[in-house]
Design a protein around this ligand. Structure first.
Ligand code: GDP
Length: 427
């Protein structure tokens, strides 16, 4: 059975924790898009980890972790991330890298930084991991596929061709040092040696795994609202964050994805720029940020303070719909225990008209939140294991959200650890 775990919001919903938890019953966990630009934070018996490129299943001995063809593969980063785990006592995970994955090059990171610098205060707030230049090159057909590392002639020829093109921009647009084709070629040879032990024909591997009835998890990065097509373009990421893309980015038939578990956060948070209707400013926002996540809302990759706001039912309903959600994991609910009343954004007012439908970006910029206030439960719900043991007001909040988003909430996460989860039977 193939299950996708994806985010409904702006990312940082806690997908890492849910994946790590569900990986226990899985055989294979696959990253199918994005790169090292976002992080998953995982707390388990080995300690607290921020994973950027590796799938969140790497902590179990029985799982195979796969970097799918849809990922932006930063090879030295991958090698370092594996080392960082083994250095802290995690057994060396079994890792496979698709021979069709493309390689994120050092110049992608440079171009990312140069472009942000050039745009100044009009920048996209990129994490400067090279993701946008990487995907641009992939679709411009000047990227390097892992398979090409094993064909010397192609490597040499392409190194020259790529440098010619890049150097025009470096010289005339950015006024920065030029690339040297010989050096690029040498870097690619080093990458070949580093990645060789992991390279695999992943779609063929998964074809067999599906036939054998293996349990497979597709792990998404970021969330619906950062999808380049269906998100808040242009303040989006450069690869699709949707479960549907899991089929492409892993190389499996779309109809094999039987379960789409969408992770929804009990309040809103977003790193980076872009419209954020229920955003809180001032002391209210500072307090939620301080209390949020596991020790405050700060980006796992960048350390940047995240923007925070009340739960946005309009955005989350849309986020769940566009993922094709079959069930929802509602996370970080424990954080809200300090509030007397909990506002929820249940509509957007755009040009004097209230709507419950998430609009396109142009209209979104003009939207103002319509809030509904629910009673708080004023206690710490961490450690509670059964749904019935949650305070009534807390269950009311969950059931209100469930009704708003129109998808069954089957899991409620009440803490960062693997064991902090409440399963719920929804008829
Ligand atoms: P991801 O990118 O979706 O995996 O999300 P992140 O890992 O960036 O952010 C989620 C943060 O919330 C991490 O610090 C997690 O340890 C933490 N977290 C996840 N679930 C819960 C929860 O139920 N309660 C609390 N307090 N923290 C959680």
């Amino acid at each position: 059975m193939v299950r996708a775990i994806v985010g409904a919001n702006w990312g940082d919903e806690g997908k890492g924790k849910i994946t790590d938890m569900l990986a226990k019953e899985s055989d294979i966990i696959i990253r199918f898009q994005g790169g090292s630009n976002a992080g998953h934070t995982i707390v388990n018996d080995y300690g607290k980890f921020a994973l950027h490129l590796l799938p969140s299943g790497v902590f179990y001995g029985h799982t195979t972790s796969i970097i799918g063809n849809g990922v932006a593969l930063n090879i030295p980063y991958l090698v370092n991330e594996i080392k960082a785990l083994t250095d802290r006592g995690v057994p060396k995970p079994k890792i496979l890298v698709s021979d069709r994955a493309q390689i994120l090059m050092p110049y992608h990171v440079l171009f990312d930084a140069y472009e942000e610098e050039r745009l100044g205060n009009k920048s996209f707030g990129s994490t400067k991991s090279g993701i946008a230049p990487f995907y641009s090159d992939k679709y411009a057909k000047i990227g390097f596929q892992v398979s090409e590392l094993f064909d010397d002639d192609t490597l040499r020829e392409k190194s020259v061709r790529v440098c010619e093109l890049k150097n025009v921009l470096l010289k005339h647009l950015y006024h920065k040092p030029l690339l040297d084709p010989d050096e690029l070629y040498r870097t690619l040879q080093e990458y070949r040696d580093m990645v060789k032990p992991y390279v695999c024909d992943v779609s063929a591997y998964l074809y067999e795994a599906i036939r054998e009835g293996k349990n497979i998890l597709l792990e998404g990065q970021l969330g619906s609202l950062k999808d380049p097509d269906h998100g808040i373009y242009p303040m989006v990421t450069s690869s699709s964050t949707l479960a549907a893309y899991g089929a492409v980015g892993a190389g499996i038939p779309p109809y094999e994805i039987k379960n789409i578990t969408t992770v929804v956060k009990a309040y809103s948070s977003s790193v980076g720029a872009g419209a954020f209707v229920s955003e809180l400013s001032g002391e209210e926002g500072d307090e939620l940020r301080r209390r949020g996540g596991d020790g405050g809302e700060f980006g796992a990759t960048t350390g940047r303070p995240r923007r925070v706001g009340w739960f946005d039912a309009v955005a989350s309903r849309y986020g769940c719909r566009i993922q094709g959600t079959t069930e929802v994991a509602l996370t970080v609910l424990d954080v809200l225990g300090y509030l007397d009343q909990i506002p929820v954004c249940t509509g957007y007012e755009i040009d004097g008209v209230v709507t419950r439908d998430f609009p396109n970006t142009v209209k979104l910029e003009r939207a103002k939140p319509v809030l509904t206030r629910l009673p708080g439960w004023k206690c710490d719900i961490r450690g509670i294991k059964k749904y019935e043991d949650l305070p009534g007001a807390c269950r009311d909040y969950i059931e209100f959200i469930e009704k708003e988003i129109g998808c069954p909430i089957t899991m409620v996460s009440n803490g960062p650890g693997r064991q902090d989860i409440i399963y719920r039977n929804v008829k």
